[in-house]
Write a protein that binds this ligand. Sequence first.
Ligand code: TYD
Length: 694
Amino acid sequence: MTTPGTGRAASRRKPPHVLANARFRRLWTAMSVCSLGDWLNIVALTALAGDLTAESGYQVQSLAIGGVFVAKMLPAILLGPLAGAVADRFDRRLAMVVADVLRFALVLSIPLVLLLSTPSPGTYQWVIIATLLVECVNLFWVPAKDATVPNLVPKDRLEEANQLNMLVTYGTAPVAAGLFAVLALPSDLLRDILPLAEDPARLALFINAAVYLVSAFLIFTLPDFPKNHTGISTPSVLRQIGEGWRYVGASRIVRGLVIGMLGAFAAGGAVIGVARVYVEALGGGDSAYGTVFGAVFAGMAFGMFFGPRLLRELSRRRLFGLAIVAAGVVLAAIALIHNLVIVVLLTVVLGALAGIAWIIGYTLIGLEVEDQLRGRTFAFLQSLARVVLLLVVAVAPTLAGLYGERLVRVAPEVAYRFDGSNLVLLVGAVLASAVGLVALRQMDDRQGIPIIGDLVAAARGRRFATETQEQPRGMFIAFEGGEGSGKTTQSRLLGIWLRDQGFDVVQTREPGSTKVGMRLRAILLDAAHQGLSARSEALLYAADRAEHVEKVIMPALVRGAMVITDRYVDSSLAYQGAGRALDPADVTRINAWATGGLTPDLTVLIDVPPAIGLSRFASPADRIESEPPEFHERVRREFRTLAAAEPDRYVVIDGTQPQEEVSRLIQDRVREILPDPVPDDSEDATGTIPAIRD
Ligand code: TYD
């Protein structure tokens, strides 16, 4: 379609990225710097709380850090809905700019109070009060921003815009943590330039405050700020959770997913909650704290990005459960290994496992939940995740503080340090493993298949072959060949001969030996379907075959019968693979899947030059018979190649010989694979049916 007037195919070009929109870009930049500031604020304040109470011992220190987390999250949970409703009444630009200036002043006040007074419990109290106030102000800024985005970008770009928002909301966490780690490195240069920057927490808070001013400027100068017209009211977090649970609780799978995802989230939260005191116990300082904090988020980002590509052959539900169990095991290692470097590395792994579980859970919920409930389910999940995170980051250091510091005597001379933080991490590890195991059991879609074998096969890029409980005991013979090769006649003659020998014989053919197969055959061979694409042709033959194997061939083989089929997988390799020039590897793969890997014990290839074979027909040609001679040449060549590659499993017979001669040659070959003792030709065949094979 061309655009009238311009003559250019504008609609066919990729639409410009949402960031090409200058006004959205400006708002997004403001959001990015604010997110960075927010994360810097969390790291700096928790580090500061640890420093301020360092003299008072492990217990007080842990509680002080827990207090900061509570102060950061409590206002959103208690007052969120209220503020959202109020925020809609203000002019949004004004609300955001005022909020930014207030945040700037409040955050700045913390290092200033520290500068002016000697550190005391009173200083800590101001940290908490200022934090509560900043969070209350945030409650106005965030809904104003959320409500403005849909007014700046067109509806069809909203999803893209939301993804960008998510990206900066969480993506700035490792950046902030990294920045903090750098600020905490001992550097005289930094202190010379910035005399105020005696300790990294203060410096980080200065940067944090400045960032809010930048945001105020960006928003103040945003051209044509959209006026409020739609009141987007966000329901209360608690209400969202209550409503969501009513939908989610009904489905066992979704319930399992939600519990698993929250478990994964909680594992990451436990590390963040106790990281400050744990790192100190391991001999690390603020820089190490920043590193651990960043490691969780960097790992998560990594897991979310690579998770979906991981172990593609493994069932997603199994991968989900396994990732959570593994997160539990890694968390236990973090709890018990007293080495800072190892702890940081394991933290990245933990974050990655949590990220994998989160993204897979998210995707699976998307598939399991009906369209009209999906939005609510995701909102529920996000709200619950926030509450879980609040509880974990607040409770973890508090619990650690209550337990305190302990030494466990392993031997008279050896003592192992086991503090509250070790305990909390260990409890978290046990919980995560338990949640993972429950998820694995509750939602397993590959029951009866050993999980280790499944995992090993998936690691090799393969799907674990399903073994049916009942092993086939019969014998499976396939006839293959080009058009008019006489294989149909020959397969019947072999069937008669074997029956005469007293075997239970099932004679069948492809395509069209089942109810569904007959309909597929009609589609496939009807000359009117000339437009059928090569791929759908291959898939339809494979579908017919899957039905054939499951309904006819397998039951007969399990019973111990002799199954003779006129055409099988090789026909698809020859006709669709070579004839239609599809990738043979693809054709092999779909057929291996369709048949569950069932291969004939013997394949009889009756080889006839196409010219001779086709000349044997008198009636009008079907779809495939009417293909040009080159097509049939390719088919013949492929059959011969397949046979040459596996001489033990094939017998190639020249089909231009007289019919009796062909039959005799086939019988000779089949006799070789018949069970001992081979029933003699002269024996009366009406007696008992011999067992075919064990
Ligand atoms: P059919 O009438 O059974 O022919 P024949 O007597 O030659 O066996 O039709 C089968 C046709 O389907 C034949 O032309 C080959 C084609 N075919 C494929 O192209 N792929 C397949 O996998 C199978 C089983 C058959």
